[in-house]
Write a protein that binds this ligand. Sequence first.
Ligand SMILES: Cc1cc2nc3c(=O)[nH]c(=O)nc-3n(C[C@H](O)[C@H](O)[C@H](O)COP(=O)(O)OP(=O)(O)OC[C@H]3O[C@@H](n4cnc5c(N)ncnc54)[C@H](O)[C@@H]3O)c2cc1C
Length: 396
Amino acid sequence: MTSQEPIGTQSPDTGAYAASARAWIRGNLTDALRTDRAHVPGASLGDKIAFEAAQHRAGLVGITWPKDYGGHGLTLREHLEANREIGLAPMPNAVNSIGKELAGPIIMAVGREDQKLDLLPKILKMDHIWCQGFSEPGAGSDLAGLRTRAERTADGWRVNGQKIWTSGASKSQMCLLLARSGTAEDRHKGLMLFAVPMDSPGIDVREIVSIDGARSFCEVFFNDVIVDEANMLGAPDEGWAAATRVLSIERATNRMYRAWRFQSEIDHLVAACRSDLRAFAILSEYKRDIAEARIAVENLKGHVETLVGDLLAGQQIGPRGSFPKLYWSEAHQRFAQVAYEIVSRLPANAGQPLADLKARMELLYFSSRAETIYAGTTEIQLDIIAKRILNLRKAG
Ligand SMILES: Cc1cc2nc3c(=O)[nH]c(=O)nc-3n(C[C@H](O)[C@H](O)[C@H](O)COP(=O)(O)OP(=O)(O)OC[C@H]3O[C@@H](n4cnc5c(N)ncnc54)[C@H](O)[C@@H]3O)c2cc1C
């Protein structure tokens, strides 16, 4: 597809919208960007950024954001349609998912009008990549225990503290920072959100190499970093409510394509194994696991579609966001383990399709280990469901 006109404006009905999205992805997803072509040298960060900016111009990103803020002014229905197509294609994970799926929605919810007009279009155009500075060495599941301090100065706030597990911090221009104006004993009170430019003097970023070889994780140190008053997001003390909202968005609607990506990974595994009799024999031993993974995918699609229907009907998601996060991460991690076992048993001379599969599934296995940790661990999701949905009390 060569047209520069956004997809949504060409095809207002959702069936045609999905077809246009599919055609755009097919026409623009190069072999270097594809995650199922391990034998081709991978795309550079710059290529991935350019691809994401092109997705926005084509109408696949910022779908529900108002046009005044650089979005396409459509509904969650079109967002879901686009995400189905994104999931089914072997596309790389978004470089700026934190900008688009966390910082953007929170700026829209609590930001001032001048902040929205300034910051939101830059996210979609990929001028600003964002990271999320919430977790600290002593504050992960228990986020209210965070210690990073923001003290008032004459012209803004002086920030001191340390963040950890900050995905993508070394390539980000902006940080969605959660800090506190009081002491750690204040817990939920006095928490504040800031939009902090990552080139501010006093910010020190150190990369941590993760098990899959990626260099996304970082430690971020704030040493007397001065943050302008204008960069505070929402009112002082509103940080906890805003952060909780961010986390419920993160669990419920973030990466809406996940069920379809999961489906395409199963399809890839089965199709590649069918290309070789020896591989197919190994796969056949795992029939039951594959069937369970396929059932999980269908359940997940149902979850997502119901959620979108409810949101379109004006309902709040609240703690229900824990269900898809819990269900997807557990089922996907189980599948990744099975896929890893299968590819580990493949013969060495299995040919290109199986070599590509092996590389993809090995990476999937390592990256899936984190899925039950980030955006709230499995135990925390179970706790939320037990207390806030089922109203269960602690025994004893
Ligand atoms: C891939 C990845 C990317 C991440 N990206 C970011 C990011 O960009 N920005 C950011 O701010 N953070 C990020 N994180 C951090 C993530 O949010 C935390 O790792 C997570 O919240 C868990 O916190 P923790 O690591 O401190 O573990 P802890 O909270 O110390 O938990 C350790 C263990 O104890 C269990 N546990 C803790 N409390 C309870 C309880 N009350 N009941 C039962 N069990 C409990 C947990 O389930 C876990 O098994 C990322 C993490 C990963 C793995």
